[in-house]
Design a protein around this ligand. Structure first.
Ligand code: NAD
Ligand code: IPM
Ligand code: MN
Length: 355
Protein backbone atom coordinates (compact mmCIF):
# COMPACT_ATOMS: atom_id res chain seq x y z
CA UNK A 1 0.00 0.00 0.00
CA UNK A 2 1.02 3.62 -0.39
CA UNK A 3 2.57 4.75 2.89
CA UNK A 4 3.07 8.18 4.35
CA UNK A 5 4.89 9.18 7.48
CA UNK A 6 3.13 11.95 9.41
CA UNK A 7 4.66 13.93 12.27
CA UNK A 8 1.83 14.90 14.63
CA UNK A 9 2.23 17.96 16.86
CA UNK A 10 -1.00 18.79 18.75
CA UNK A 11 0.64 21.71 20.60
CA UNK A 12 -1.45 23.73 23.01
CA UNK A 13 -5.04 24.40 24.01
CA UNK A 14 -7.67 23.25 21.55
CA UNK A 15 -4.92 21.79 19.36
CA UNK A 16 -5.04 18.84 21.77
CA UNK A 17 -8.76 18.46 20.99
CA UNK A 18 -8.83 19.14 17.26
CA UNK A 19 -5.83 17.00 16.28
CA UNK A 20 -7.35 13.68 17.52
CA UNK A 21 -10.46 14.43 15.45
CA UNK A 22 -8.31 15.27 12.46
CA UNK A 23 -6.53 11.93 12.89
CA UNK A 24 -9.84 10.10 13.26
CA UNK A 25 -10.96 11.38 9.87
CA UNK A 26 -7.56 10.79 8.24
CA UNK A 27 -7.65 7.22 9.51
CA UNK A 28 -11.11 6.71 8.00
CA UNK A 29 -9.84 8.11 4.69
CA UNK A 30 -6.76 5.86 4.74
CA UNK A 31 -8.87 2.74 5.21
CA UNK A 32 -11.36 3.78 2.59
CA UNK A 33 -8.83 4.74 -0.07
CA UNK A 34 -6.21 2.10 0.66
CA UNK A 35 -3.16 3.92 1.92
CA UNK A 36 -1.30 3.81 5.21
CA UNK A 37 -0.37 6.61 7.56
CA UNK A 38 2.46 6.05 10.02
CA UNK A 39 2.15 8.56 12.84
CA UNK A 40 5.03 9.92 14.92
CA UNK A 41 3.73 11.89 17.89
CA UNK A 42 5.55 14.91 19.30
CA UNK A 43 4.04 16.37 22.45
CA UNK A 44 5.87 19.71 22.21
CA UNK A 45 3.98 22.62 23.72
CA UNK A 46 4.11 25.46 26.21
CA UNK A 47 4.24 22.79 28.91
CA UNK A 48 7.49 21.54 27.40
CA UNK A 49 8.73 25.09 27.62
CA UNK A 50 7.89 25.38 31.30
CA UNK A 51 9.67 22.07 31.99
CA UNK A 52 12.73 22.47 29.78
CA UNK A 53 13.01 26.13 28.79
CA UNK A 54 12.49 25.16 25.13
CA UNK A 55 9.37 24.62 23.02
CA UNK A 56 11.06 21.69 21.31
CA UNK A 57 14.41 19.93 21.68
CA UNK A 58 17.42 21.54 20.06
CA UNK A 59 17.29 18.94 17.28
CA UNK A 60 13.50 19.26 16.96
CA UNK A 61 13.53 20.11 13.26
CA UNK A 62 15.84 17.17 12.55
CA UNK A 63 13.34 14.91 14.30
CA UNK A 64 10.55 16.20 12.06
CA UNK A 65 12.64 16.16 8.89
CA UNK A 66 11.99 12.52 7.84
CA UNK A 67 8.22 13.04 7.86
CA UNK A 68 6.32 13.31 4.59
CA UNK A 69 4.12 15.95 6.23
CA UNK A 70 3.56 17.59 9.59
CA UNK A 71 0.08 17.80 11.12
CA UNK A 72 -0.04 20.61 13.66
CA UNK A 73 -2.76 21.78 16.06
CA UNK A 74 -2.02 25.17 17.60
CA UNK A 75 0.76 26.81 19.55
CA UNK A 76 0.57 29.38 22.35
CA UNK A 77 -0.70 29.46 25.94
CA UNK A 78 -1.07 32.16 28.58
CA UNK A 79 1.98 32.27 30.81
CA UNK A 80 4.46 31.87 27.98
CA UNK A 81 4.92 35.04 25.90
CA UNK A 82 3.50 34.41 22.44
CA UNK A 83 6.65 35.48 20.63
CA UNK A 84 8.63 32.91 22.62
CA UNK A 85 6.22 30.02 22.03
CA UNK A 86 5.56 30.75 18.36
CA UNK A 87 9.18 31.49 17.49
CA UNK A 88 10.15 28.35 19.39
CA UNK A 89 7.97 25.92 17.47
CA UNK A 90 5.66 27.15 14.70
CA UNK A 91 7.82 29.75 12.97
CA UNK A 92 10.96 27.55 12.96
CA UNK A 93 9.04 24.92 11.01
CA UNK A 94 7.79 27.41 8.43
CA UNK A 95 11.22 28.97 7.99
CA UNK A 96 13.44 25.94 8.59
CA UNK A 97 11.49 23.84 6.12
CA UNK A 98 11.18 26.69 3.64
CA UNK A 99 7.38 26.45 3.64
CA UNK A 100 7.15 29.70 1.79
CA UNK A 101 3.54 29.34 0.68
CA UNK A 102 0.78 29.71 3.20
CA UNK A 103 -2.34 28.64 1.34
CA UNK A 104 -5.62 29.54 3.02
CA UNK A 105 -8.94 28.88 1.31
CA UNK A 106 -11.88 31.10 2.28
CA UNK A 107 -15.19 29.56 1.26
CA UNK A 108 -18.70 30.19 2.43
CA UNK A 109 -20.03 26.65 2.78
CA UNK A 110 -23.70 26.02 2.05
CA UNK A 111 -25.52 25.85 5.38
CA UNK A 112 -23.15 28.23 7.17
CA UNK A 113 -24.35 31.70 8.03
CA UNK A 114 -22.14 34.58 6.92
CA UNK A 115 -22.28 37.84 8.86
CA UNK A 116 -22.55 39.56 5.46
CA UNK A 117 -26.25 39.86 4.76
CA UNK A 118 -27.48 38.24 1.57
CA UNK A 119 -24.19 36.70 0.40
CA UNK A 120 -24.30 33.25 -1.17
CA UNK A 121 -21.62 30.52 -1.33
CA UNK A 122 -20.85 31.34 -4.97
CA UNK A 123 -19.91 34.87 -3.90
CA UNK A 124 -17.37 33.96 -1.22
CA UNK A 125 -14.86 31.52 -2.66
CA UNK A 126 -11.26 32.62 -2.82
CA UNK A 127 -7.75 31.80 -1.66
CA UNK A 128 -5.40 33.89 0.40
CA UNK A 129 -1.84 33.13 -0.69
CA UNK A 130 0.41 34.40 2.06
CA UNK A 131 4.19 34.77 1.89
CA UNK A 132 5.34 32.65 4.80
CA UNK A 133 9.07 32.99 5.40
CA UNK A 134 10.13 36.65 5.28
CA UNK A 135 8.57 40.13 5.04
CA UNK A 136 7.44 41.71 8.26
CA UNK A 137 8.21 38.51 10.20
CA UNK A 138 11.94 39.07 10.22
CA UNK A 139 14.57 38.44 12.80
CA UNK A 140 16.37 41.67 11.90
CA UNK A 141 15.95 44.30 14.56
CA UNK A 142 16.35 44.80 18.23
CA UNK A 143 15.85 46.77 21.40
CA UNK A 144 18.42 49.24 22.65
CA UNK A 145 19.03 51.51 25.60
CA UNK A 146 16.52 49.52 27.57
CA UNK A 147 15.08 51.32 30.56
CA UNK A 148 16.48 54.71 29.58
CA UNK A 149 14.65 57.53 27.87
CA UNK A 150 16.63 56.72 24.72
CA UNK A 151 15.03 53.26 24.63
CA UNK A 152 13.94 52.16 21.17
CA UNK A 153 12.86 49.09 19.25
CA UNK A 154 12.99 48.42 15.55
CA UNK A 155 12.16 45.54 13.23
CA UNK A 156 13.08 45.40 9.58
CA UNK A 157 10.79 44.06 6.88
CA UNK A 158 12.78 42.09 4.38
CA UNK A 159 11.59 41.25 0.89
CA UNK A 160 14.05 39.26 -1.17
CA UNK A 161 13.67 39.05 -4.90
CA UNK A 162 13.57 35.27 -4.80
CA UNK A 163 11.12 35.27 -1.91
CA UNK A 164 8.82 37.80 -3.53
CA UNK A 165 8.86 36.26 -6.98
CA UNK A 166 8.23 32.72 -5.82
CA UNK A 167 5.11 33.60 -3.84
CA UNK A 168 3.77 35.76 -6.67
CA UNK A 169 4.45 32.96 -9.15
CA UNK A 170 2.57 30.50 -6.94
CA UNK A 171 -0.42 32.85 -6.85
CA UNK A 172 -0.49 33.23 -10.64
CA UNK A 173 -0.08 29.49 -11.19
CA UNK A 174 -2.96 28.87 -8.79
CA UNK A 175 -5.12 31.43 -10.60
CA UNK A 176 -4.41 29.64 -13.90
CA UNK A 177 -6.12 26.54 -12.47
CA UNK A 178 -9.26 28.48 -11.53
CA UNK A 179 -12.14 29.48 -13.81
CA UNK A 180 -11.93 33.19 -13.05
CA UNK A 181 -8.13 33.46 -13.35
CA UNK A 182 -7.75 36.56 -11.24
CA UNK A 183 -5.04 37.67 -8.82
CA UNK A 184 -5.42 40.55 -6.38
CA UNK A 185 -2.31 41.96 -4.72
CA UNK A 186 -2.35 43.36 -1.18
CA UNK A 187 -0.06 46.34 -0.98
CA UNK A 188 0.58 49.50 1.01
CA UNK A 189 2.90 51.34 -1.30
CA UNK A 190 1.35 54.68 -0.42
CA UNK A 191 2.67 54.59 3.12
CA UNK A 192 5.52 52.06 3.16
CA UNK A 193 8.02 53.39 0.70
CA UNK A 194 10.71 50.75 0.08
CA UNK A 195 9.28 47.29 0.48
CA UNK A 196 5.80 47.85 -0.89
CA UNK A 197 6.71 49.71 -4.10
CA UNK A 198 9.14 46.84 -4.69
CA UNK A 199 6.34 44.34 -4.11
CA UNK A 200 4.21 46.24 -6.67
CA UNK A 201 7.06 46.21 -9.20
CA UNK A 202 7.58 42.46 -8.87
CA UNK A 203 3.80 41.93 -9.07
CA UNK A 204 3.62 43.89 -12.32
CA UNK A 205 6.59 41.93 -13.73
CA UNK A 206 4.98 38.61 -12.84
CA UNK A 207 1.61 39.71 -14.23
CA UNK A 208 3.32 40.41 -17.57
CA UNK A 209 4.24 36.71 -17.73
CA UNK A 210 0.59 35.67 -17.31
CA UNK A 211 -1.42 37.59 -19.91
CA UNK A 212 -4.46 35.35 -19.33
CA UNK A 213 -4.70 36.30 -15.68
CA UNK A 214 -6.66 39.40 -14.70
CA UNK A 215 -5.04 41.43 -11.95
CA UNK A 216 -5.78 44.22 -9.57
CA UNK A 217 -4.27 45.60 -6.40
CA UNK A 218 -5.48 47.40 -3.31
CA UNK A 219 -3.82 48.95 -0.32
CA UNK A 220 -4.35 46.67 2.65
CA UNK A 221 -6.64 49.09 4.48
CA UNK A 222 -9.24 49.37 1.73
CA UNK A 223 -8.71 45.71 0.83
CA UNK A 224 -9.96 44.77 4.31
CA UNK A 225 -13.03 46.91 3.65
CA UNK A 226 -13.57 45.29 0.23
CA UNK A 227 -13.41 41.79 1.77
CA UNK A 228 -16.51 42.83 3.71
CA UNK A 229 -18.26 44.88 1.05
CA UNK A 230 -17.36 42.92 -2.08
CA UNK A 231 -16.09 39.43 -1.23
CA UNK A 232 -17.28 38.38 -4.69
CA UNK A 233 -14.46 40.38 -6.29
CA UNK A 234 -11.79 37.95 -5.13
CA UNK A 235 -10.36 34.77 -6.56
CA UNK A 236 -6.68 34.55 -5.52
CA UNK A 237 -5.40 37.22 -3.13
CA UNK A 238 -1.65 37.39 -2.63
CA UNK A 239 0.01 39.24 0.22
CA UNK A 240 3.14 39.62 2.29
CA UNK A 241 3.50 37.69 5.52
CA UNK A 242 1.66 40.21 7.72
CA UNK A 243 -0.96 41.29 5.20
CA UNK A 244 -1.68 37.66 4.39
CA UNK A 245 -2.01 36.90 8.09
CA UNK A 246 -4.59 39.62 8.58
CA UNK A 247 -6.56 38.73 5.45
CA UNK A 248 -6.62 35.05 6.37
CA UNK A 249 -8.53 35.71 9.60
CA UNK A 250 -10.81 38.27 7.96
CA UNK A 251 -11.62 35.95 5.02
CA UNK A 252 -12.80 33.05 7.21
CA UNK A 253 -14.73 35.48 9.42
CA UNK A 254 -16.73 36.71 6.44
CA UNK A 255 -17.16 33.06 5.44
CA UNK A 256 -18.84 32.30 8.76
CA UNK A 257 -16.31 30.94 11.28
CA UNK A 258 -12.60 30.93 11.93
CA UNK A 259 -13.21 27.44 13.38
CA UNK A 260 -13.55 25.86 9.95
CA UNK A 261 -10.66 27.57 8.17
CA UNK A 262 -7.79 25.31 7.05
CA UNK A 263 -4.27 26.13 6.01
CA UNK A 264 -1.30 24.57 4.29
CA UNK A 265 2.29 25.67 4.81
CA UNK A 266 3.85 24.38 1.65
CA UNK A 267 7.35 23.79 0.44
CA UNK A 268 6.33 23.29 -3.20
CA UNK A 269 9.65 21.76 -4.21
CA UNK A 270 9.10 19.01 -1.60
CA UNK A 271 12.69 19.37 -0.43
CA UNK A 272 11.26 19.53 3.08
CA UNK A 273 8.05 18.34 4.70
CA UNK A 274 5.09 20.69 4.41
CA UNK A 275 2.94 21.46 7.42
CA UNK A 276 -0.84 21.51 7.77
CA UNK A 277 -2.68 23.35 10.54
CA UNK A 278 -5.94 25.20 11.04
CA UNK A 279 -5.85 29.00 10.75
CA UNK A 280 -7.12 29.46 14.30
CA UNK A 281 -5.01 29.40 17.44
CA UNK A 282 -5.16 27.56 20.76
CA UNK A 283 -8.35 29.37 21.90
CA UNK A 284 -7.63 29.45 25.66
CA UNK A 285 -11.14 30.84 26.26
CA UNK A 286 -12.79 27.55 25.22
CA UNK A 287 -9.97 25.00 25.58
CA UNK A 288 -10.53 21.84 27.61
CA UNK A 289 -14.31 21.95 27.27
CA UNK A 290 -14.70 19.71 24.25
CA UNK A 291 -16.72 22.33 22.36
CA UNK A 292 -14.30 23.70 19.76
CA UNK A 293 -14.92 23.19 16.09
CA UNK A 294 -12.57 20.55 14.62
CA UNK A 295 -13.45 21.29 10.99
CA UNK A 296 -10.48 23.64 10.41
CA UNK A 297 -8.18 20.83 11.54
CA UNK A 298 -10.00 18.15 9.56
CA UNK A 299 -10.02 20.25 6.39
CA UNK A 300 -6.29 20.90 6.91
CA UNK A 301 -5.93 17.11 6.93
CA UNK A 302 -7.64 17.04 3.54
CA UNK A 303 -5.15 19.62 2.24
CA UNK A 304 -2.37 17.39 3.55
CA UNK A 305 -3.71 14.36 1.69
CA UNK A 306 -3.99 16.39 -1.50
CA UNK A 307 -0.35 17.48 -1.10
CA UNK A 308 0.66 13.84 -0.60
CA UNK A 309 -1.08 12.89 -3.84
CA UNK A 310 -4.24 11.37 -2.33
CA UNK A 311 -6.60 13.70 -4.16
CA UNK A 312 -9.60 11.36 -4.08
CA UNK A 313 -9.37 10.96 -0.32
CA UNK A 314 -8.92 14.72 0.10
CA UNK A 315 -12.01 15.40 -1.99
CA UNK A 316 -14.00 12.87 0.03
CA UNK A 317 -13.18 14.67 3.28
CA UNK A 318 -14.11 18.09 1.88
CA UNK A 319 -17.30 16.59 0.49
CA UNK A 320 -18.16 15.13 3.90
CA UNK A 321 -17.65 18.56 5.49
CA UNK A 322 -19.82 20.23 2.85
CA UNK A 323 -22.58 17.68 3.26
CA UNK A 324 -22.56 17.84 7.06
CA UNK A 325 -22.82 21.64 7.01
CA UNK A 326 -25.37 21.82 4.21
CA UNK A 327 -27.67 19.13 5.54
CA UNK A 328 -27.96 20.36 9.09
CA UNK A 329 -25.62 17.75 10.59
CA UNK A 330 -24.23 18.26 14.10
CA UNK A 331 -22.50 21.58 14.63
CA UNK A 332 -20.45 23.20 17.34
CA UNK A 333 -21.33 26.38 19.22
CA UNK A 334 -19.40 28.73 16.95
CA UNK A 335 -21.87 27.70 14.21
CA UNK A 336 -24.90 27.95 16.44
CA UNK A 337 -25.16 24.27 17.47
CA UNK A 338 -24.65 22.25 20.66
CA UNK A 339 -22.52 19.36 19.37
CA UNK A 340 -19.13 18.49 20.83
CA UNK A 341 -15.76 18.40 19.10
CA UNK A 342 -15.83 14.59 19.22
CA UNK A 343 -19.40 14.43 17.81
CA UNK A 344 -18.23 16.27 14.71
CA UNK A 345 -15.08 14.20 14.30
CA UNK A 346 -17.10 10.98 14.54
CA UNK A 347 -19.79 12.20 12.16
CA UNK A 348 -17.20 13.16 9.55
CA UNK A 349 -15.17 9.96 9.96
CA UNK A 350 -18.37 7.92 9.47
CA UNK A 351 -19.32 9.96 6.43
CA UNK A 352 -15.92 9.37 4.84
CA UNK A 353 -16.06 5.66 5.64
CA UNK A 354 -19.55 5.36 4.18
CA UNK A 355 -18.46 7.27 1.06
P1 NAD B 1 -7.60 32.03 18.47
O1 NAD B 1 -7.79 31.66 17.05
O2 NAD B 1 -6.99 31.01 19.35
O3 NAD B 1 -9.02 32.44 19.09
C1 NAD B 1 -9.78 33.55 18.65
C2 NAD B 1 -11.26 33.37 18.96
O4 NAD B 1 -11.81 32.39 18.06
C3 NAD B 1 -11.53 32.84 20.36
O5 NAD B 1 -12.70 33.41 20.89
C4 NAD B 1 -11.72 31.35 20.16
O6 NAD B 1 -12.53 30.72 21.10
C5 NAD B 1 -12.35 31.30 18.77
N1 NAD B 1 -11.96 30.05 18.08
C6 NAD B 1 -10.75 29.77 17.57
N2 NAD B 1 -10.73 28.55 17.05
C7 NAD B 1 -11.95 28.02 17.25
C8 NAD B 1 -12.54 26.75 16.97
N3 NAD B 1 -11.85 25.77 16.36
N4 NAD B 1 -13.83 26.55 17.33
C9 NAD B 1 -14.54 27.53 17.94
N5 NAD B 1 -14.02 28.74 18.25
C10 NAD B 1 -12.74 28.97 17.90
O7 NAD B 1 -6.75 33.40 18.48
P2 NAD B 1 -6.08 34.20 19.68
O8 NAD B 1 -7.02 34.26 20.84
O9 NAD B 1 -5.56 35.42 19.10
O10 NAD B 1 -4.81 33.33 20.09
C11 NAD B 1 -4.76 32.40 21.17
C12 NAD B 1 -3.36 31.80 21.23
O11 NAD B 1 -3.13 31.03 20.04
C13 NAD B 1 -2.24 32.82 21.28
O12 NAD B 1 -1.20 32.26 22.05
C14 NAD B 1 -1.83 32.96 19.83
O13 NAD B 1 -0.51 33.42 19.67
C15 NAD B 1 -1.97 31.54 19.36
N6 NAD B 1 -2.19 31.37 17.91
C16 NAD B 1 -1.58 30.30 17.35
C17 NAD B 1 -1.80 30.02 16.02
C18 NAD B 1 -1.14 28.82 15.41
O14 NAD B 1 -0.65 27.97 16.12
N7 NAD B 1 -1.10 28.71 14.12
C19 NAD B 1 -2.66 30.82 15.27
C20 NAD B 1 -3.28 31.91 15.88
C21 NAD B 1 -3.04 32.18 17.22
C1 IPM C 1 -1.28 32.25 11.94
C2 IPM C 1 -0.94 32.83 13.31
C3 IPM C 1 0.57 32.99 13.44
C4 IPM C 1 1.06 33.93 12.35
C5 IPM C 1 1.01 33.51 14.81
C6 IPM C 1 0.46 32.68 15.93
C7 IPM C 1 2.51 33.66 14.90
O1 IPM C 1 -1.62 34.03 13.50
O2 IPM C 1 -0.86 31.12 11.65
O3 IPM C 1 -1.99 32.92 11.19
O4 IPM C 1 1.02 35.15 12.53
O5 IPM C 1 1.49 33.43 11.33
MN1 MN D 1 -3.03 34.51 11.93
Amino acid sequence: ARKYRIAVVPGDGIGKETVPEGLRVLDAAARKFGFELTLDHFDWSCETYKETGRMMPEDGLEQLRPADSIFLGAVGWPGVPDHISLWGLLIPMRRGFDQYVSLRPCRLMPGVRTPLAGRTPAEIDFYVVRENTEGEYSSVGGRMFEGTDREFVSQQSVLTRTGTDRILRYAFELAMTRPRKKVTSATKSNGITFTMPYWDERFAAMAAQYPEVKTDQFHIDILCAQFVQHPDWFDVVVGSNLFGDILSDLGPAVAGSIGIAPSANINPEKTYPSMFEPVHGSAPDIAGKGICNPIGQIWSGAMMLEHLGEKQAADAIVKAIETLLAEGGPRTRDLGGQASTVDLGKALAEAVAAG
